[in-house]
Write a protein that binds this ligand. Structure first.
Ligand code: ADP
Ligand code: ASP
Ligand code: MG
Length: 450
């Protein structure tokens, strides 16, 4: 059972989580929690302040968040636990002070310090949640995720080393579950072989939960968030978006890859590997059913189940007559992206030209400079990827025409279709994105046809 930031944003939310977990205590839950809402952002902001040299200002910017933790402890736990939590918090604060001073002096690798700083959100929330559970009569036991999830050294977005992670989770959590205890751990944070703290990337608590669920061959991985399941699109763009009762792994993965924030994109694979269903539910409305994600799902009459999008995309176009009839061209091109550690999302090619999208423009200048040795390069920033997802989409007739005729006055700068059987992806200007998503949503979902 994984609880996201808004599911643990204040005392009321912590109490709700205790009720939700309590209701399932007889079926051996393991609890993975995110940091309290806004805490990860605050820690990252503190890191940036410290980087500019002011460790003291960095620490004081965190004080309101320390107070939020103390407030939950005061409202929901007894005096002894309040005291022990306050002592724990004081220790965390000293550790953070030390780390932020080192950041301001740039004494060791900033990437390493950053993960250590940002992990405190989950370290504290998991400690606090365990206290709240115990105060409410649950047999909870806090575990340190850094000893369970072993990763490589890619700070900021580390990759788990699966065999060891799996073994460690089974060894540590198995006996606790046998003994009727409820393990409680922070999501997002992990550890490398040197014992340094690493993190799995923003939104990575979902992934932590999937890793634990897979290692334990859980009956189900539950993702508890602030919306009722996976919806027909992002409710922040279309408030009338509706809950999808079920999705296939493939559909959910495509949605997550293309920006549906409700699931971290790496969450699906561990579940697929062991055929474990993922349920997405709303911790604010625990009785609502939510979305079930499993190996297969029905094709709906609509075909399209959901619309995802990703902003801040840059399109690169490379044109080169040398591509014509030559081999090895793509390989040289991809090596450039590999050299600059830049991920390509969508790609479309013709005989002598190629268009692709990247969402991380940090080494754009170097990439473009190197690409120019292969051909002529055009850069189109401020773009957005729209991804329409549904089982059976590739085999269906007339669907692409329906999608594009709905937005016929919008310039589409790249289309990709057919590689995956469940998605149709295209690129528009970022300023037109919200309008495009709303119009497609209205066309495909307004009359409740499913
Ligand atoms: P948590 O903190 O619980 O991990 P997130 O903020 O990471 O929650 O993810 C939930 C949010 O994802 C929702 O509040 C919603 O705004 C956004 N979202 C984007 N696309 C979708 C979608 N298709 N279905 C549901 N939520 C979506
Ligand atoms: N707290 C982390 C973040 O905000 C991880 C998560 O919530 O999933 O990115
Ligand atoms: Mg999330």
């Amino acid at each position: 059972m994984k609880f996201g930031g808004t599911s643990v944003q204040d005392a009321e939310a912590f109490a709700r989580v205790a009720d939700i977990v309590g209701a399932q205590k007889d079926i051996s839950p393991v609890v993975v929690t995110s940091a309290m809402a806004k805490v990860t952002d605050a820690l990252l902001a503190a890191f940036d302040i410290a980087k500019k040299g002011d460790a003291e200002a960095a620490l004081s910017s965190l004080q309101p968040h320390f107070d939020r933790h103390l407030d939950v402890s005061r409202k929901l736990t007894d005096e002894i636990r309040q005291r022990s939590f306050a002592a724990e918090l004081e220790l965390a604060r000293q550790d953070l002070t030390d780390l932020l001073i080192r950041v301001s002096r740039r004494s060791i690798s900033l990437a390493l310090l950053k993960d250590a700083v940002v992990s405190f959100g989950e370290q504290l929330s998991s400690r606090l949640l365990t206290d709240v559970f115990i105060a409410r009569g649950l047999n909870a036991h806090r575990v340190d995720s850094r000893n369970l999830i072993l990763t490589d050294d890619e700070f900021g977005a580390a990759t788990p080393i699966w065999d060891e992670t799996e073994r460690q989770i089974q060894l540590d959590l198995g006996p606790m579950i046998e003994a009727g205890e409820i393990p409680v751990m922070g999501g997002f944070l992990a550890g490398n072989r040197n014992g340094d703290t690493t993190v799995l990337g923003r939104g990575g608590s979902d992934y932590s939960a999937a890793l634990v669920g897979a290692a334990l061959r859980a009956r189900e991985i539950q993702i508890w968030t602030d919306v009722t399941g996976v919806l027909t699109t992002d409710p922040r763009i279309c408030p009338d978006a509706r809950t999808l009762p079920e999705l296939s792994y493939e559909e959910a993965a495509e949605l997550a890859y293309f920006g549906a924030k409700v699931l971290h994109p790496k969450t699906i694979q561990p579940a697929v590997d062991h055929t474990i269903p993922i349920r997405v539910c709303n911790s604010h409305e625990p009785d609502e059913v939510g979305t079930m994600i499993r190996a297969t799902s029905d094709i709906t009459a609509n075909r399209i189940k959901s619309i995802a999008y990703k902003k801040n995309i840059t399109v690169l176009r490379i044109t080169s007559a040398r591509m014509l009839g030559s081999y090895g061209f793509m390989s040289r091109l991809f090596q450039i992206f590999e050299r600059h550690r830049t991920v390509i999302d969508v790609i479309s090619t013709s005989e002598v030209s190629l268009a692709l999208t990247i969402d991380n423009a940090h080494s754009l200048d170097q990439v473009v400079r190197d690409l120019e040795s292969l051909g002529q390069v055009e850069v189109e920033p401020n773009s957005a990827v729209v991804c329409v997802v549904g089982e059976g989409l590739r085999e269906s007739y007339g669907l692409a025409s329906r999608v594009f005729s709905t937005i016929e006055d919008v310039n589409i700068s790249l289309i990709s279709h057919g590689a995956s059987s469940v998605n149709l992806t295209f690129v528009v200007k970022e300023e037109e994105l919200a309008d495009v998503v709303r119009r497609l949503h209205a066309a495909f979902f307004s009359n409740k046809e499913e």
